[in-house]
Design a protein around this ligand. Structure first.
Ligand SMILES: [Cu+2]
Length: 287
């Protein structure tokens, strides 16, 4: 496995920094495609994609924003979509989108948080494992306290499969993933670290896409001052205590804030150590 983790020349990690668009109505048009992608060094396989991204893109907005997402299914099979950020009658909105057809899903994001969305077509575990899941980050209308940088990590299992079919259903069923990743590629922020300065406060949103394993988010050498998850603060601006992990079962999400007091290379990991060793590991380089 270590052999697989060698970066290829010119590797660039997926940008994890969060941007929040202006405007209160977000008209979004996505394709659904099946494509072959390099999901780990030296391994290319079929993936199932919203908007060409593995895993699916991170959407951002503020409480009260309207999201109108039109999907064009350009694959030979049915897919669908389920946004946890919306409170919406599932029957029609989350219905199957047959091959070659389009569908518009509209809702107002009434509640702040980091929300999963995913394809809801059976078996969902396989559709999620093949890449059909992502995060939506909704800020309170008035925003959150300013920080020096704000990032998102979506954690997920990686099931290596053949180049023309993708993840093996029996592996996904058994939960026997070969690798793990933050934002689609094992160890990508080891290969291409984040950068911060001493004294910076950084907010990291984390969502566990699973589909079936847990994520115990930890930053080596740091203690979280603030931990928010699933609708509440566990601690906020703590000085004489703190938190060592943000624990997330599949579909759970939250954010942590931490301030770097000294230069160094800080590892962010899934403290389910076997999964850190499979790829959920990255570096924040602090000058
Ligand atoms: Cu699907």
């Amino acid at each position: 496995m270590a052999e697989r983790m060698k970066p290829r020349p010119g590797f660039t990690a997926r940008d994890a920094s969060l941007q929040f668009p202006e405007g209160e109505v977000h008209d979004i048009e996505w394709t659904i495609t099946h494509e072959q992608r390099e999901v780990a060094p030296g391994h290319t396989q079929e993936v199932w994609l919203f908007d060409g991204q593995f895993p699916a893109p991170t959407l951002t907005g503020r409480v009260g924003d309207t999201f109108r997402i039109t999907l064009h299914n350009q694959t030979p099979m049915a897919h669908s979509i389920d946004f946890h950020a919306g409170e919406i009658t599932p029957d029609e909105a989350m219905g199957q989108i047959p091959a070659g057809e389009s569908h518009t899903y509209e809702f107002v994001a009434h509640r702040a948080g980091i929300w999963m969305y995913h394809c809801g077509t059976h078996p969902m575990s396989l559709h999620i494992a093949n890449g059909m899941a992502g995060a939506m980050v909704i800020h309170p209308r008035e925003g959150l306290p300013p920080v020096d940088a704000e990032y998102v990590l979506v954690g997920h299992q990686l099931f290596l499969g053949p180049s023309d079919t993708g993840a093996r259903e029996e592996d996904v069923n058994a939960g026997t993933h070969q690798l793990t990743a933050f934002n689609g590629y094992p160890n990508q922020y080891d290969l291409d670290p984040w950068h911060a300065k001493t004294g910076d406060t950084v907010r990291i949103w984390v969502l566990n896409l699973g589909p079936s394993s847990d994520l115990s988010f930890h930053v080596v050498g740091e203690i979280f001052d603030t931990v928010w998850s699933e609708g509440h603060y566990a601690i906020r601006d703590a000085k004489d205590t703190g938190a060592q992990v943000l624990p997330l079962m599949p579909a759970q999400g939250g954010f942590v804030e931490l301030t770097f007091n000294a230069p160094g290379k800080y590892a962010m990991v899934n403290h389910v150590m076997t999964d850190a060793e499979k790829g959920q590991h990255g570096i924040i380089a602090v000058d």
